[in-house]
Design a protein around this ligand. Structure first.
Ligand code: NA7
Length: 863
């Protein structure tokens, strides 16, 4: 008779991993009174610090910060011996923590979870291990680490080598003695860079095989920094809180100094200071813009390369060690102790695999294109399948049989990096889409564990059994993660952050780069909004407030915060002259505008006197199509300078002559002065196109905001007058009507620079109420038949959003061809902030493409 199968053991929660995150998760779950079982394939606690025992292994965040903060008593009982503790000391610490809280009792070591299936009927996860155990649990938590799945070897002939083979990620517990041996190290990431100097001390001959040189800065290791210890001693809680609400999980003084505008002296001073500190966040934060601006990044990178050259004696080796193919910080920079100095030793040699690729590893060494290296030992420091590798290894199956790897075939998709739709009650600690590897892991781990534990507590209190993100919330978060990455230089690098180190892995920027504090706020906001974007179910029914937690472009929201911090008075409380002065002062702080071929100022006749104009000519050979441009500013503010950066950008990108016209302003010249000037400017420019370097007959109008209003009016007037012919109208977030009751006036009426009260202020200066329904003030009310093709740009966070949409709809209804450009996540003003708002660049590229399309014959001119 067959023995009846044992019923699976039941737990409230199963945790995978017993490293930093698994241990704390276990602690919190127990505190909630839940039954928990944790598994780890290692023989003891420690996670990454259990496995990575290679010589020189240390953390690269100061250990005073790379530590648990949840229990003040624990902090009193443990003192780190060095600024950057070694792997054995960190492992000791984690063992100490496990002992102190008696955590081992609930951990099964040397056991891997092999499968996890969601049972929709029973609302439980079914878990199986490689030791044949079957378990059922309500909550399944992957605390499996971001850098825990070693990358598979992808070098030819690795299995042929008869000598000793070592992996930095799985180093022998008893250690290795390389004395008298000819050793190769393959890989120059953190693991290679930390271990190479120590291996060199023992080996008779050391050859380092480098595919990509890495930026590394000296750690200046030693005792923990006195200032930090003092601050901690004085007020531990204040310090830990500062870390929690910092950009990277370590308290730092953020700078607003830009590399592109800093003097050489300031740049050098800041670099020297950061170099001295020997900390990643210092060297990554020399300039506020070094992560987003190539020119600023180069200043830092050049100074690091200068240092490498000053240390390494052989110029050829020094050159090989200088990173040139990626921006500083876009691959994880390293902290080292004597790394570059090691190459001055006579028995150490560097091989550049880009010049001299490995053809195969053989029985007794490494064969390259033009040389053979006889070896006794090979050390692989080739990295990890980062962030998704360990999650994919278990490959959980969620609802409807969907596996995680199927769902993530094109890259991971998560809500807050904590959960993923279709996988109820499945949590990830520091999953993709969270700050994780870009931050102090200790801080990010505690935040995630706390969030999950609090969430389970809330569920228990409210009688819910399952939780899962909605597709809408998840798609919104994925978009936000991509938006944050897109404004940085990261996507340009072949880094493990991008999944680029693993052949075939989708190229996606995996972590969230918006910052630890910003991220924490988003998580808190989700909870405060009744778990926005999560669906929770229980015997009493389900609750779901669906929505997207962050819809604004990250740089737009940053600029709004900065502006709010300046405490400027609302513009509508000022007089027009005061408002103009405030705008002029703000314009002075703008970064340099794009270069164009030529800029000339001139005057053209207008109905009320001469009108100043500024002409921007592309650098390419003319003649060019001509765009008559009208600046924004509510008919009251603005001038040729205010929209200069946008005009330059339009000129460069659309390859058209831009004639920016300074029409008359209210209240000095009220309605219809601006509209009349716009039409007159169009007529004059069309008549003089040839003299201006334009192609006669190829004229478009463009305008932003109130400028968009008079541009639209000019098109209607030109049609009525039988000319001039207008090839297209570009209306950037235009005012098209005087009716301020459309929903966007309420939804976006406050907080996004252009406010509803300010629109009232503008209208009051511009036009009498009786004139406001005149089609020259409200072009939406005019006859829209027979108008030129249009490009209408609308911004999500703009009171005028619905003005633009209404005009686009009405033009289309009248048979006009309309290209709609949605400035996703932008405000009324942010799209035009050239050089400030990076996320506006793709929108402006689309606008420029629309401009070019107004002039199809231009292509046939051979340009
Ligand atoms: P990393 O940083 O991924 O470094 C791995 C290194 O191995 C890197 O230099 C790779 O070159 C190199 N590599 C990988 N595959 C190959 C092959 N096939 N041939 C030659 N060279 C190869 O991993 P680490 O373990 O050093 O550090 C991981 C993180 O742990 C670290 O960032 C810290 O956060 C702690 P590549 O750059 O891909 O050209």
């Amino acid at each position: 008779m067959n023995k009846p199968a044992e019923a699976p053991e039941q737990f409230d929660a199963v945790v995978v991993g017993a490293g930093f995150s698994g241990l704390y998760m276990l602690y919190r779950l127990r505190q909630l009174g839940l039954t928990v079982k944790a598994f780890d394939s290692a023989g003891d606690v420690g996670g990454t610090w259990y496995w990575n025992r290679y010589p020189g292994a240390r953390c690269d965040i100061p250990t005073t910060d790379y530590t648990y903060s949840f229990d003040p008593e624990l902090e009193k009982e443990w003192t780190w011996s060095e600024k950057y503790a070694t792997q054995p000391e960190i492992l000791d610490y984690l063992r100490f923590v496990a002992d102190r809280y008696g955590l081992r009792a609930d951990i099964e070591f040397s056991t891997s979870v092999t499968s996890a299936h969601w049972d929709e009927q029973g609302k439980r996860w079914s878990i199986a291990t490689d030791r044949g155990a079957q378990l059922r649990c309500r909550y399944y938590i992957m605390a499996s680490g971001c850098l825990s799945m070693p990358k598979s070897l992808d070098i030819k002939g690795t299995d042929r080598f008869a000598g000793k083979v070592y992996f930095t990620s799985q180093w022998p517990h008893e250690g290795v003695d390389f004395t008298g041996q000819r050793v190769a190290v393959i890989g120059t990431g953190s693991s290679g860079i930390q271990s190479i100097p120590l291996i060199a001390r023992q080996a008779t001959q050391l050859t380092v095989f480098q595919r990509t040189p890495n930026f590394s800065v000296p750690a200046h290791n030693g005792p923990a920094p006195a200032d930090r210890l003092a601050r901690l001693a004085q007020d531990r809680e204040e310090y830990r809180d500062a870390a929690r609400w910092s950009p990277g999980g370590v308290p730092v003084e953020p700078t607003d100094i830009l590399g592109v505008t800093a003097s050489e002296t300031v740049a050098r001073e800041r670099f020297e200071e950061a170099w001295k500190q020997g900390q990643l966040f210092s060297i990554l934060g020399i300039f506020a813009d070094q992560g987003v601006n190539p020119a600023s990044n180069k200043i830092v990178a050049d100074m690091i390369r200068e240092r490498i050259r000053s240390v390494v004696h052989d110029p050829e080796t020094a050159d090989m060690l200088c990173p040139k193919d990626h921006y500083f910080g876009t691959k994880r920079p390293c902290l080292d102790t004597g790394y570059f100095e090691t190459y001055n030793l006579p028995h150490v040699r560097l091989v550049d695999l880009r010049r001299q690729p490995i053809t195969s590893i053989t029985e007794d060494g490494i064969d390259t294109a033009d040389e053979f290296f006889g070896l006794d030992a090979i050390v692989y420091a080739t990295g990890f399948d980062a962030m998704t590798g360990a999650l994919a290894a278990v490959n959980a199956t969620g609802r409807d049989g969907l596996s995680l790897t199927e769902k993530w075939a094109a890259g991971p998709s998560t809500y807050l990096g904590l959960m993923t739709a279709g996988f109820p009650n499945f949590f990830m600690i520091t999953g993709p889409g969270s700050p994780s590897v870009l931050s102090n892991m200790a801080v990010s781990i505690e935040q995630h564990v706390d969030w999950v534990a609090d969430c389970l507590k809330d569920m228990g209190a409210e009688g819910f059994e399952t939780i899962e993100p909605t597709p809408l919330a998840e798609a919104g978060w994925d978009q936000h993660v991509r938006d944050c990455g897109a404004i940085t230089l990261h996507p340009t690098a072949n880094s493990w952050y991008m999944g680029a180190n693993v052949p075939g892995k989708p190229r996606v920027f995996l972590p969230y780069i918006g910052g630890v504090s910003v991220y924490r706020q988003a998580c808190d906001d989700v909870v405060a909004q009744d778990y926005l974007g999560f669906r929770r179910t229980g015997p009493g029914g389900e609750r779901c407030r669906d929505g997207v937690i962050r819809r604004m472009q990250p740089d737009v929201s940053l600029v709004l915060q900065l502006m709010a911090g300046l405490g400027m008075p609302p513009m509508e409380t000022l007089s027009p002259d005061e408002a103009r002065a405030m705008m002029a002062a703000a314009a002075e702080t703008l970064p340099p505008s794009p270069e164009v071929g030529e800029v000339t100022d001139g005057m053209m006749p207008g109905p009320g006197g001469e009108l100043p104009y500024r002409l921007y000519r592309p650098a390419s050979a003319g003649p060019h199509p001509v765009v008559v441009y009208f600046h924004g500013g509510g008919w009251v503010l603005g001038n040729l300078d205010s929209d200069d950066p946008l005009c330059r950008d339009l000129c460069v990108q659309s390859d058209a002559v831009i004639v920016s016209v300074n029409y008359r302003h209210a209240p000095e010249a009220r309605f219809p002065a601006a509209a009349e000037d716009a039409f007159a400017a169009l007529q004059w420019t069309a008549a003089h196109a040839g003299e201006l370097g334009g192609i006669p007959g190829q004229i478009a109008v463009a305008g932003w905001s109130a400028g968009g209003n008079i541009a639209a009016v000019a098109c209607q007037l030109a049609r009525d007058a039988g000319g001039p012919h207008v090839s297209g109208q570009l209306l950037i977030t235009p005012v098209t009507d005087s009716d301020m009751t459309r929903p966007s006036y309420t939804e976006n009426g406050d907080g996004y620079v252009l406010t509803t009260p300010l629109m009232h202020w503008f209208w009051d200066y511009y036009a009498d109420p009786a004139d406001r329904s005149d089609r020259r003030a409200a072009p939406l009310r005019g006859n829209l038949d027979g108008l030129p093709p249009a490009c209408v740009v609308t911004a999500d966070f703009d009171p005028l959003r619905d003005d633009g949409l209404a005009y686009a709809d009405a033009l289309e209804a009248a048979g006009t061809q309309v290209r709609r450009v949605r400035a996703r996540g932008h405000t009324h003003t942010s799209v035009t902030m050239v050089g400030v708002i990076i996320s506006g660049a793709p929108v402006r590229a689309e606008i420029a493409a629309a401009l070019r399309d107004f002039f199809p014959s231009r292509t046939s001119l051979g340009n």
